[in-house]
Design a protein around this ligand. Sequence first.
Ligand code: ATP
Length: 519
Amino acid sequence: MAQDSDLMQKIVSLCKRRGFVFQSSEIYGGLKSAYDYGPLGVELKRNIMSAWWRDMVHRREDVVGIDASIIMHPKVWEASGHLAGFSDPLVDCHICKERFRADKAPTAAEGDALVLEYADKARAQTALELIKERYAIELQRDGKTLKGATAGTRGYVCPNCKSPWLSDERQFNLMFRSSIGPVDPLGAVAAAVERGDFAGLGGRELRAKIEEITKESAVYLRPETAQAMFVQFLNVQQSMAMKVPFGIAQMGKSFRNEITVEHFIFRSCEFEQMEMEFFCEPGTDDEWMTYWSEARIAWWQKFSNDPSKFRLRPHEKSELAHYAKGCFDVEYLYPWGWGELEGIANRTDYDLKKHAEHSGAKISYFDPEAQKRFVPYVIEPAAGATRGLLVYLVDAYTEEAVPDAKGEDATRVVLKLHPQLAPIKVAVLPLVKKNGMPEKAREVVDQFFRRGISARYDEQHAIGKRYRRHDEIGTPWCLTIDGQTLEDGTLTIRDRDTMQQRRISVADAVSEIEGLLRD
Ligand code: ATP
């Protein structure tokens, strides 16, 4: 892999030049952080997502899939906590990571003595150390509580752990909002203004009034695919007679109004996810967490050239959301350093219970063998498909010093994509555009089309140039039809990575490639 600091620039430029990824609406100057996947990019993305679906759903008895709507009932987002922050400013607790509404937080006057409380001793100890390290304040731990802190000037503390170490109040509009139905929300606001309903109102009150009117028709683009699996837990379990432990998988678009967008498609506002919620009996969750963490990193490594660039990083207790029991990130060594590719979280029974509470539905599972009812725990491997595409481009991008046709020093750019992921599996090339070679090549490429294998006929430019072009887009094999083909019915097969060529019979070409593509 090219190690240079401008590796990303080279990849971005190759993506545009060869049709992997374009900036959205480029002729209008582009839209910040929105990307279009070109003819080769869409193939690569689909191949990654199909491989995930094949391995997570088709090859398993205990996982089934769904494809839920992107716009869901707004109450889903109320229950999941995503909706908070739209109308009211939110605050993050620097200690336990709880995100909460400032106006609903427990009040505390400046100087009030605080007792910070955590779920267990270990979490209390982690908080104690964090506070000491970050604020040079030494509290005293008594079991799962911490004593010695006092309230500041904010007037409130964290509702979860009572900590006074809080972020600024911020409006979090993570979700994209739209409206549904015949009522025009702006029209309704305009009418209220005309009637004078807002007279004398300002700031928060005015915002709350407008929110009240627009809320009626407000809907949101999902910021993650996961919630549909919780909301449809009962339908899926009952319609498919699934027995716990089992999983529900989904892949598709998610939308986040990210404040910082960075590193090309690494973080964008519209992206694709591949998520699975694995429902298991409480008490077996730790085992499943280990199982899925190991399975998921191995899956990413399977398609890579350098498995050492993937690692599993356990979250520190201080990084965990208060409801999460544990979390591992599958991280990749991007050109700018280690970063997340997938998160595997033990979400306990938090989500199912939240949806039961908000919807009134009785969400639980009855185990017919053990004759007991319980609310399953959930292990969630949540991966980014578009982020995965970037990872495999970085993993595959290679520059090699190879003499050109004239024997001069030249650089060969090769995308060493796993053959199962490569956008085009095979290029069929007539050596020259005459002597019956194009006709024979068309016959060969047709055989691939009939088998549904992505193939390209390519006759433009000298053969060496064509090889280079296919190296650059990751085509694993080039089949060349030459003079000998017409005499003895053989062609050459060239391997992208080794550049080795060998002759095989035309009649065997399809089965040869099918064999090479198999796991
Ligand atoms: P990050 O910490 O990078 O913001 P996250 O922890 O918020 O990610 P999750 O909510 O766990 O991410 O989503 C699961 C996966 O979805 C991530 O591991 C990542 O691969 C992908 N993902 C999340 N946000 C984005 C985004 N804005 N653009 C592209 N991919 C994303």
